[in-house]
Design a protein around this ligand. Structure first.
Ligand code: NAP
Length: 261
């Protein structure tokens, strides 16, 4: 990208949960623009394949196994990246899971797992990377929240709680770290077709409901998240922190009438 205002060239970017879906697309978007990208996830094979596929010429994407439920491993990964590249300019906190069922049926283990990965895991990654960014006096963190933090859809209670928690984490960290030069923002994706959601959108009733309620009348693609992530990492957003930007085809803007005027 030639305009320095929007450039992420040579930035060191950690995408936590970058092996598949939205994280993969964001990692590829940074790599295409000359950033030095590290992706993490739980499976070395998937990570290696993704890293090979999204690496760009001299810009080799690095793949490191890191489960966000493992605080010690997160610490090691941060040290490894800082040791190798000297810095982390941008963290994209993507790792997340979901499970749909009536609130009455969730087991405690299911609840703990969703909150553990989506909220506690994201916090621990933010904190460990934050320590380094605060020491350095600069950095941008981008949390991948959800339209469920705006208004939830039914049968997703722990997921919705984890995402509203993530939004408050975004605001709280922005307040604590703003003076030290570290910005924290979130992207709230609308409905995006990935492994996490593909099955739901194969159902015609669900597809019709989604289309009828999305002003832009289409499902999101993982690549739709890239522009906002680049913006939030680049100097163009230098005075922007503590915000949640919904990238959702307009779904959170309001409610659609069931007919055209
Ligand atoms: P996805 O295709 O299932 O990808 C999830 C990613 O998270 C994978 O890279 C996965 O890697 C990683 N991950 C899961 N558990 C992990 C753990 N314990 N430690 C480290 N990495 C872990 O899902 P997606 O749709 O791209 O979702 C990505 C994020 O966007 C999630 O936070 C989700 O809540 C959010 N989001 C998605 C949508 C949507 O419609 N798709 C909408 C709103 C928000 P491995 O499985 O290889 O470990």
């Amino acid at each position: 990208m030639s305009d320095p205002l929007f450039s992420v060239k040579d930035h060191v970017v950690l995408v936590s949960g970058g092996s598949r879906g939205i994280g993969r697309a964001i990692a590829a978007g940074f790599a295409q623009r000359g950033a030095r990208v590290v992706i993490t996830g739980r499976q070395q094979d998937t990570l290696n394949q993704t890293a090979r596929e999204i690496s760009q010429g001299e810009s080799t994407v690095q793949a490191l196994v890191c489960d966000v439920l493992d605080g010690n491993r997160i610490e090691e990964v941060v040290e490894e990246i800082v040791g190798q590249y000297g810095q982390i300019d941008t963290l994209v906190n993507v790792a997340g899971i979901n499970q749909r069922k009536p609130a009455i049926d969730y087991t405690e283990d299911e609840y703990d797992r969703i909150m553990g990965v989506n909220l506690k895991g994201a916090f621990v990654v933010s904190q460990r990377v934050g320590r380094h960014m605060l020491q350095r006096g600069s950095g941008s963190q981008i949390n991948i929240s959800s339209l469920n933090s705006h208004r939830t859809v039914s049968h997703l209670l722990p997921y919705a709680l984890s995402k509203i928690g993530m939004d408050q984490m975004t605001r709280a960290l922005a307040m604590e770290w703003g003076q030290a030069g570290v910005r924290v923002n979130a992207i709230g994706p609308g409905f995006v077709e990935t492994d996490l959601t593909r099955k739901v959108w194969q159902d015609k009733t669900m597809e019709d409901w989604r289309e009828a309620n999305t002003p832009q009348r289409r499902i999101g693609k993982p690549e739709d998240m890239v522009g906002t992530a680049l913006f939030l990492a680049s100097p163009a957003s230098a005075y922007l922190t503590g915000q949640v930007i919904y990238v959702d085809g307009g779904m959170t803007a309001g409610r659609m009438w069931p007919f055209s005027a």
